[in-house]
Ligand binder design. Structure first.
Ligand SMILES: C[S@@+](CC[C@H](N)C(=O)[O-])C[C@H]1O[C@@H](n2cnc3c(N)ncnc32)[C@H](O)[C@@H]1O
Length: 269
């Protein structure tokens, strides 16, 4: 499809939904996708539709909230966490301490439950008595509901080994349900990362996270919003705490003076 200037179109959309935090590249992609789906050839024709059709505005809204996720989305990152950084964090803790983790932008729960699988496996290997708690937040209520339910399709678990599936799920008729043991230390909360009153999940009370995972969320936002969020997150972690991101977001962290702890691991301090 021909490349158009969508400036006027974005102004019309902005009158109906607040898209000011999103990157222009991302909004342009959403508009191009909708125009292709509707077989509309010019921004002028699409402007006529969005000016009158509220259901099209709802479609744009839905496309602005990409909730794609997977268990063990990036194996290298999670294995580095399992082999190297979780043991380091555990040795820094006393028996009565708790490891505190925040999955920020947790979608349907695949990411926080992956972190729970890692915690269970490391605690089991070390025969440790340490406790852990995972706070998982998202701004999309439907995703939080799905996460609390903990029922997944085969597509969600493609990166899991048979052993992991066998240990952590019961399955029937193409549905994979998490076992209660994995859910007990994960708590979900509806929370917008740009909340004006609170930097970290309200249920966590004071933050103090050993691990924050913010993956595949920043890429949708403007540089100014990315920088603002990364500054806020620094205040939510412990001094030795780490922040984990997605492969496409490493550059944003490096630009914000975070240090990658192991090459290409997406694990930062
Ligand atoms: C593409 S998914 C990534 C999920 C998971 N972190 C992963 O890497 O697989 C992005 C998620 O971030 C959430 N999100 C986007 N902006 C947010 C915001 N401002 N506050 C909270 N969650 C947000 C979306 O609702 C969506 O569920």
């Amino acid at each position: 499809m021909q490349q158009f200037d969508y400036t006027e179109l974005i102004e019309i959309i902005q009158q109906k939904i607040d898209v000011s935090a999103y990157s222009i590249g991302f909004i342009n992609n959403v508009i191009t996708t909708r125009m292709e789906q509707l077989k509309i050839e010019t921004p002028f024709m699409y402007a006529a539709i969005i000016s009158h059709d509220e259901s099209e505005i709802e479609k744009i809204k839905a496309n602005l909230t990409n909730s794609h996720s997977l268990f063990f989305r990036n194996r290298l990152t999670f294995e580095t966490l399992r082999q190297v950084y979780l043991p380091v964090i555990m040795t820094q803790k006393k028996d009565e301490d708790e490891i505190r983790i925040w999955s920020a932008g947790c979608a349907g729960g695949q990411e926080p439950y992956t972190l729970a699988i890692l915690m269970e496996s490391v605690i089991n290997n070390w025969k440790s008595e340490l406790k852990y708690r995972i706070f998982a937040t998202d701004s999309n209520f439907k995703e939080i509901e799905r996460a609390v339910l903990g029922i997944y399709s085969k597509a969600d678990i493609v990166n899991l080994t048979w052993h992991e599936i066998d240990t952590w799920f019961t399955h029937s008729a193409k549905r994979y349900s998490l076992v209660p043991q994995l859910k007990k230390n994960v708590q979900f909360e509806l929370f917008d990362l740009f909340d004006n009153d609170c930097n970290c999940p309200r249920t966590s009370i004071f933050g103090g996270f050993d691990i924050i995972m913010l993956a595949n969320v920043l890429i949708y936002y403007k540089e100014e919003m990315q920088n603002k969020l990364l500054k806020r997150l620094k205040s939510c972690k412990t001094k030795q705490g780490i922040i984990i991101t997605g492969e496409t977001e490493r550059e944003i962290f490096l630009r914000n003076e975070y240090v990658e702890l192991y090459p290409n691991s997406c694990i930062f301090r």
